[in-house]
Ligand binder design. Structure first.
Ligand code: TRP
Length: 454
């Protein structure tokens, strides 16, 4: 037992911890989902509600996950059991493992598309295509049966290779290289976008709130998006924090990760909306925004070819640092709970996820007639994970920390056994005990009963 703990891999540096956790948080959720969800929900007003949820609910939930993982020193399931032996709380961790499966399955579909689009931009395939052509070729690509599947599998293998190398020599090493790269790429694209003629209108759309567009659904989407974007509610951050050093300040880490994640989401907005407006395109055009609209814009923009390449590399890098955190949840669970080697665990997890993933990918083509409540396999996985499993997991995580684990454990974890001042503790405690559970439950119930399955 002690032997087992002594052998656990750990992150080696503070920057490594931030890079890995921010790498998990920053992903397709920021660059692909955030702009179109914000676009469909009123732009600036959505951004404000979103940032409010990130700071008031996201940060405390993230601190709770960190506290559970670092205290428990195990995977998402095992950490609950080591804090509360003989109780059923481990089930939350299991929900997390299932959620990781679901998310990985549909996430790697889109991540795979980004690889095809890197190749398309390098080979200049978008040149001279009209917007209609771009739409037709995107739809033809995602509905075909071979290429999207191959790219998805390539992406899974890349993810698996990094996870296989371990926490320090794999996850930490690669996220430390990839996150600064990601930042530089997005910065270049932001500068290009705001210097386009007519960029102002796009910036106004993002930063000038129009509250007439706000409905109950806006709150639901904003909280759902906050959870998804911060990688909350399914134990990814429990798993990562089980590798944090005992000296790490959990509260400041959570704030830094949340700020980096929000910064990148805002930068994604700055990079996309001015371009969208300056070329006279509708901002609310949905998930196809980055695959149809943007290539069309790049094509008309001076130097667009090179910016297109940068953009799709950016998307792929962002997705990769997120998929490794998702796969790590499953691998840590398999290897520690089934007591198998990391190698075997990675192999089994990768194969299992790939099988489910292929169904998600094919649901845009040959399996598009397979539906549940009118949703495709891809949408069912996305909806169930993002709107059901993550809020449910988040709810139980805050209930566990607020009501079960007790002040003593939580306070000693957040203060590093009393060596850090935690003046914020009463507020934290109040939020995880009352505010967060009520907010999550309210929005969850709203989404199930009034939002319908639509
Ligand atoms: N946060 C990532 C994104 O924004 C996706 C992600 C990675 C995730 N790990 C997660 C979402 C865990 C929920 C839970 O793209």
């Amino acid at each position: 037992m002690t032997d087992n703990i002594a052998k656990r891999d750990n992150f080696g540096s503070k920057f490594g911890i931030i890079a890995a956790a921010a790498g998990s948080a920053v992903g397709l959720g920021n660059i692909w989902k955030f702009p179109y969800v914000a676009g469909e929900n009123g732009g600036g007003a959505f951004l404000l509600i979103y940032l409010f949820f990130v700071m008031v609910i996201g940060v405390p939930v993230m601190m709770s996950e960190f506290a559970i993982g670092r205290r428990g020193q195990k995977n998402a399931y095992g950490s609950f059991n080591s804090i509360a032996p003989g109780k059923k709380w481990g089930l939350i961790g299991l929900i997390g493992v299932v959620a990781a499966f679901f998310i990985l399955a549909f996430y790697t579909t889109v991540a795979g598309w980004t690889l095809e689009y890197i190749i398309n931009s390098v080979t200049n395939k978008f040149a001279a295509q009209t917007p209609k052509d771009l739409e037709i070729s995107f739809n033809a690509f995602i509905s075909s049966s071979v290429r999207p599947v191959i790219w998805q599998l390539v992406f899974m293998v890349l993810t698996a290779l990094i996870v296989l190398a371990g926490v320090k020599k794999g996850i930490e090493k690669y996220t430390k290289m990839l996150m600064p790269l990601l930042f530089v790429l997005i910065l270049i694209l932001c500068i290009r976008s705001v210097t386009l003629d007519g960029a102002r209108e796009g910036l106004a759309f993002l930063f000038k709130p129009d509250f007439s567009k706000v409905t109950g659904k806006t709150f639901l989407y904003a909280l759902g998006q906050a959870f998804f974007s911060l990688s909350l509610g399914m134990g990814a951050l429990i798993t990562y924090s089980s590798y944090f050093s005992k000296k790490e300040n959990l509260a400041s880490t959570a704030v830094q990760v949340a700020l980096s994640d929000s910064l990148i989401a805002i930068m994604a907005g700055i990079m996309i909306f001015p371009a969208v407006f300056s070329f006279g395109i509708e901002p609310g055009c949905g998930p196809s925004l980055v695959f149809i609209t943007l290539p069309g814009i790049f094509e008309q923009m001076p130097g667009g070819g090179i910016f297109g390449i940068i953009f799709f590399i950016l998307l792929a890098v962002a997705a990769l640092t997120s998929t490794i955190s998702l796969l790590e949840v499953v691998v840590a669970y398999f290897s520690e709970e089934l007591k198998i080697s990391r190698k075997k665990a990675t192999l089994i997890a990768t194969v299992a996820v790939s099988v489910l993933g292929v169904f998600a990918t094919l649901s845009f083509g040959s399996l598009d007639n397979v539906t549940l409540f009118g949703k495709s396999i891809f949408d069912v996985l996305d909806y169930t994970a993002s709107n059901v499993l993550l809020p449910l997991g988040g709810l139980f995580i805050v209930l566990f920390v607020g009501w079960f684990a007790g002040r003593k454990i939580t306070k000693s974890e957040l203060s590093n056994e009393g060596s850090l001042k935690v003046r914020y503790f009463p507020y934290f405690n109040f939020i995880v005990k009352f505010i967060a559970p009520v907010a999550i439950a309210a929005i969850f119930i709203y989404s199930i009963f009034w939002g319908g399955l639509g």
